[in-house]
Write a protein that binds this ligand. Structure first.
Ligand code: B12
Ligand code: SF4
Length: 580
């Protein structure tokens, strides 16, 4: 190996497993790694996207950013690494612009967004190098050959792309790690140093990829890409996962584990062995994310016996036609079997329900409510459909006139600011608000009350309030306070509080360094990306709110501050004409 390099990872808000793996891989090769977490609770893609420039966020954020930039400059990196989901792409781009100017180091981008639209990223002058696909092997080789690239030589590393001299060098796809057991455990310490509270729940994955390809999920983009490059769905051995859990217990003493696979427990034989060893050797309560297809009765029993307390499963829709159209893997019978088993073994569980699926009607939401009222999940968590780059569902939305071909620009540049927590890109936003409210409160209402409301749909529409707090946050907070197994909710509250402390520490360090009244000295990012394509983008219906009102039943448009809320597009509410 050539001389070890200094690598800085820049990441927003909380923990990213991808960054954890890349950082530990680079360290295992002898390089020095810095992780800089940018806290941004006012524009947190995990919480909601809003108020980027609110008066409270502005000055505080400037101090935080300056302190973090100082830390990066002090470290003197050879390479600045950014991991991007689409919602963070614009932020990553701006931040890369200013940090490159401050440090003189080149930027390397990777992650789901970059892999989905490399041809666009190639045009972004704030990105010097980027990784298409998985990054560990690529990063290792790049750090070895970075000086050659800086000296003007071309590199042929699988997955590494860059634009130089007006030409984009494309090197195919990053080599996927086929034997996951070979990877060093993620560099958790880097995250925990910044936000110690994260260590309370150790986030882990036992696999990569998913055998399915739902049309609204990134797997539908990745699976075809990696078809000829080995297996996309890969499973770690039980021994390797248990080793990581034991290592985590020794080093960080977590209270819980959270298995964040796309689909946990996709092999029954694997689960049986895992459950037995976990119970004996680890024994700490755990939660997992999975799909109903794999939750057979004995699987739930083994996992419960091993310490399973909390499950999150995707349901999304109960409409058979929608299911086929969005390629959901489970049958109704499999879903019923999974929920019956979770109820039988008394496991706290959350179902994810999607609002805004094109083509669905009031009847579909009523049928979903009836179903959930029968099985009574502990939480019905509503996620609104949001269009991410290259997802197959986009074609259908275009066909239905929900988005227009010219909206693709916003989607692929990460400028679609719709929140997946409230409104998403649903053109008939207001139509679903009453259901959203009822899903949120379902588990707190007696069955008979839900049935009473269902008996007359206008009663449900009367619950239409355009308030995320009332429909989702409040019931979730109550669940967090009163239900012990809902530790994920409590973690979230702790994370937010931890972030406030972190912000305070950063501001205090900035004040020590620059004084109380000194103005910002951040290097401004050059503005490089094309601006928004116009206020009317994303839905013809939304650019014509009056038309929308006509299209909705009278009870579906929600009243907000005396105005008629008819829809929601990127970044804000849309009111009926004359009400704005
Ligand atoms: C765990 C998870 C979360 C966790 C943690 C997020 C995180 N950043 O790790 C939480 C709950 C916080 C979360 C929140 C959100 N998530 Co999420 N999440 C996932 C999930 C299930 C696993 C991520 C993971 O750990 N992958 C495993 C690692 C190893 O893979 P990786 O991160 O892709 O990294 C590899 C490569 O991409 C590449 N790479 C990545 N970064 C870099 C950087 C460099 C420099 C290089 C060289 C390479 C490289 O190398 C890595 C190792 O091989 C993914 C689906 C998935 N399986 O990826 C969705 C996913 C990433 N989430 C998604 C989204 C949309 C979100 C949210 C906006 C909300 C939502 N709708 O779910 C927020 C955004 C928060 C944020 N800013 O990241 C989408 C992203 C789609 C898109 N086009 O942007 C995904 C793909 C799921 C989906 N809906 O299809 N998420
Ligand atoms: S089953 Fe889940 S992880 Fe797999 S493709 Fe569908 S939504 Fe994505």
């Amino acid at each position: 190996m050539r001389a070890p390099k200094k690598v800085t990872f820049i990441y927003r808000n909380y923990e990213g497993l991808g960054v954890g793996y890349l950082a530990s891989y680079a360290r295992s090769l002898g390089h020095q790694v810095q992780l800089v977490l940018y806290p941004d609770p006012w524009c947190d893609t995990y919480v909601k996207q809003k108020d980027k420039n609110s008066s409270m966020a502005g000055p505080l954020q400037t101090r935080v950013n300056r302190q973090l930039q100082d830390e990066i400059v002090d470290f003197g990196p050879d390479l600045l690494c950014f991991s991007t989901v689409t919602d963070d792409y614009q932020w990553c781009s701006e931040t890369a612009g200013s940090l490159r100017a401050a440090t003189g180091a080149p930027s390397l981008f990777g992650g789901v967004h970059v892999t989905s639209v490399p041809e666009r990223v190639a045009l972004n002058p704030n990105v010097d190098l980027f990784c298409v696909g998985e990054g560990e092997r690529l990063l290792g080789r790049l750090l070895d050959e970075l000086d050659d690239w800086k000296a003007g030589e071309d590199l042929n590393i699988p997955g590494l792309w860059y634009t130089r001299g007006g030409l984009t060098h494309r090197n195919g796809l990053g080599e996927s790690v086929q034997t996951l057991d070979e990877l060093p455990f993620p560099a958790k310490d880097l995250f925990y140093e910044r936000l110690p509270g994260l260590a309370r729940t150790y986030t882990i994955t036992t696999s990569r990829g998913c055998p399915y390809k739902c049309t609204y999920c990134y797997n539908a983009v990745m699976l075809p890409m990696y078809r000829d490059e080995g297996r996309w769905m890969r499973q770690r051995s039980v021994a390797n996962v248990i080793d990581e859990c034991r290592w985590a217990m020794e080093n960080f003493q977590p209270r819980h584990f959270l298995f964040m696979d796309d689909v946990f427990a996709s092999s029954k034989k694997w689960v049986e062995e895992f459950a037995a060893r976990y119970k004996q050797e680890i024994g700490v309560p755990f939660a997992l994310v999975t799909e109903a297809v794999v939750l057979k009765d004995d699987v739930v029993r083994w996992l419960k016996d091993a310490g399973l307390v909390n499950v999150q499963i995707g349901v999304q829709t109960l409409n058979e036609e929608s299911k086929t159209r969005i390629d959901r893997p489970e049958s109704r019978a499999q879903l019923e079997r999974a929920l019956t088993s979770l109820n039988r073994y008394d496991v706290h569980y959350q179902v994810d329900h999607m609002l805004g699926v094109p083509g669905e009607t009031d009847r579909d939401q009523q049928a979903a409510l009836e179903f959930y009222n029968q099985y009574r999940p502990d939480i019905v968590s509503v996620f609104w459909l949001k269009y991410y780059p290259k997802l197959p569902i986009i074609d259908f939305a275009i066909e239905k006139g929900i988005i227009r071909p010219e909206d693709i620009d916003d989607i692929e540049e990460g400028r679609n600011e719709a929140s997946y927590l409230f409104g998403g890109n649903a053109p008939e936003f207001a139509r679903w608000l009453g259901y959203n409210m009822l899903f949120g409160w379902l588990n707190f209402l007696p069955r008979s009350v839900v049935s009473f409301l269902l008996a007359s749909p206008p009663r449900i529409h009367r619950l239409s309030f355009g308030s995320f707090f009332l429909s989702s946050s409040l019931p979730r907070m109550l669940s967090t306070v009163f239900r012990r197994p809902d530790f994920r909710g409590r973690d979230h509250v702790r994370r937010l509080l931890g972030q406030m402390v972190y912000i305070f520490e950063l501001v205090a360090r900035d004040v020590r360094r620059h004084g109380v009244s000194s103005g910002p000295t951040l290097v401004p990012a050059p503005s490089v990306l094309p601006g928004p394509v116009g206020a009317s983008s994303l839905s013809p219906a939304l650019s014509d709110p009056a038309g929308m009102v006509a299209a909705l039943p009278p009870t579906a448009a929600a009243s907000l501050d005396g105005r008629t809320l008819v829809g929601r597009r990127s970044g804000g509410n849309v009111y009926a004409a004359g009400d704005r």
